[in-house]
Design a protein around this ligand. Structure first.
Ligand SMILES: [Zn+2]
Length: 445
């Protein structure tokens, strides 16, 4: 069943050809490398930690299998490498110096993989990845978030040609890494509800094949958070498979829609606000996405607990501002400069004229009961969702990731402004309920 799913997901993925996950499969790295990069040399890229975990072993295995290995590139462990333009250049230069026939083998989790992904793409060379933690859904996605001149931007670049994940290694990774991956994966529950809504208003039709390889198996991948926290191999296998298949779905659709809804927009807002955990550390991607997913679950539940019918359309249209007023509000809400400028452009792109707004609200009013049923069937109820995240070791309160009540309020408004992607936030905004719901949410989390 699992292998069928993987085969199905890979059949439409544009970049990744091979994916292996399982306990004790690290030695298969050699065979995977040789069959995907025949005649090529390998350049192992790691940091001091992942080198110790399995980077050195990967290199020995490759050498023992007759693969020529260039001098490995090993980043310092302290401070841990980040996905900066400087580090990207370091990988690219090492690959260039190693010669045309060299392929990168990224040994690590998010950052090392993103650096190799981007550097390899710049040189038009495929690469492979040996995962050391089930921490993000970005392993198999196209594109890598790289920070240049203080701004993080997702650069489009090809996903790895092959991925090897030994669940015994994943299970040994620090717990907070798999907790972060768990939150990133289970967040696909409310983001699936966002997709149902976007499909209903014609903004983003659901692809049934992608839904089948991501949303249908999602509950099974995420139903054992306590076992995952205890380092259970099967739970780890499921988590990594889910994260990888979400990545393949992004390759298939060439958007991040299968992986990301309003909860990721909350996360982006908190990142822009540069929130810090009580101990001064940066909350991880999954930590922010998890609290964001709790926020959007509450908003989805709240919206569908209060019927919307055609009698409410006139009031909603009257409350919808013209774009000049809208732009002024965005600039008064978000930090000035690039963040506000980009939000104004994203909001302009999705601003509706009166006729379009009336039509959309008519669809919501006419289909309210049907959508309520579908969304409720999709969601994990808030209290249960919170318990599952907690059992996996994820933060569930804004304060745990350093978000004050004001940061929650700001993100609820801001998340709706920064991206032209239809989610529950747009539904709440366009029906005129955002101010009331934002204030309500702060007290509920
Ligand atoms: Zn994510």
């Amino acid at each position: 069943m699992k292998n069928d799913l993987i085969t199905q997901a890979l059949s439409t993925a544009t970049d990744t050809r091979e994916f292996r996950v399982g306990k004790g499969i690290l030695p298969q790295t050699t065979e995977v490398f040789k069959s995907n990069f025949p005649g090529c040399a390998a350049l192992v890229v790691a940091d001091e930690t992942t080198w110790r975990v399995c980077g050195a072993e990967v290199e020995s295995l490759l050498k023992a299998g007759g693969v020529e290995c260039r001098k490995p590139l090993i980043f310092k462990a302290e401070p841990p490498p980040t996905a900066t333009y400087e580090n990207l250049c370091a990988v690219q230069e090492a690959l260039e110096a190693a010669g045309q026939d060299t392929r990168a083998v990224a040994v690590g989790s998010g950052t090392i993989n993103d650096l190799c992904k981007c550097a390899s793409d710049h040189l038009k060379r495929p690469y492979m990845c040996v995962a050391t933690a089930a921490s993000v859904d970005g392993y198999a996605s196209f594109g890598a978030p790289i920070t240049k001149d203080g701004f993080k931007k997702t650069w489009p670049c090809a996903a790895p040609l092959a991925i090897v994940a030994d669940s015994a290694i994943l299970a040994d990774a620090p717990r907070h890494l798999s907790a972060s991956g768990y939150a990133d994966l289970i967040a696909k529950v409310p983001s699936g509800a966002d997709w149902i809504l976007a499909d209903a208003v014609g903004a983003d039709p659901i692809r049934d094949d992608v839904w089948a390889t991501t949303q249908i198996p999602l509950r099974g991948w995420t139903d054992a958070p306590a076992a995952l926290a205890a380092g259970d191999g099967a739970a780890m296998d499921n988590l990594f498979t889910g994260l990888a298949l979400t990545g393949f779905a992004m390759q298939t659709t060439h958007t991040s829609r299968p992986a990301s809804g309003a909860e990721h927009l909350f996360s982006h807002c908190w990142e822009m606000l540069e929130i810090r955990c009580p101990d001064g550390s940066h909350p991880s991607h999954g930590d922010k996405v998890g609290v964001g997913a709790l926020s959007t679950t509450l908003l989805l539940e709240k919206f569908f607990s209060e019927p919307f019918d055609r009698n409410q359309i006139d009031a909603a249209v009257a409350a919808y501002p013209d774009f000049a007023r809208r732009e002024a509000f965005i600039r008064a809400t978000l930090p000035p400069g690039r963040i506000a400028d980009e939000a104004v452009e994203a909001s302009r792109a999705k601003h509706l004229d009166e006729a379009a707004l009336c039509e959309r609200l008519g669809v919501i009013a006419d289909r309210f009961d049907e959508l309520k049923k579908r969304v409720e069937a999709q969601l994990i109820p808030f209290a249960q969702f919170r318990e599952m995240l907690k059992a996996a070791g994820c933060p569930v309160e804004p304060a745990q990731i350093g978000a004050s009540p004001h940061d929650v309020l700001l993100a609820t408004y801001g998340a709706q402004m920064i991206r032209n992607r239809y989610t529950i936030l747009d539904l709440v905004y366009e029906t005129g309920r955002l101010p009331a719901y934002a204030a309500w949410l702060v007290g509920k989390l």
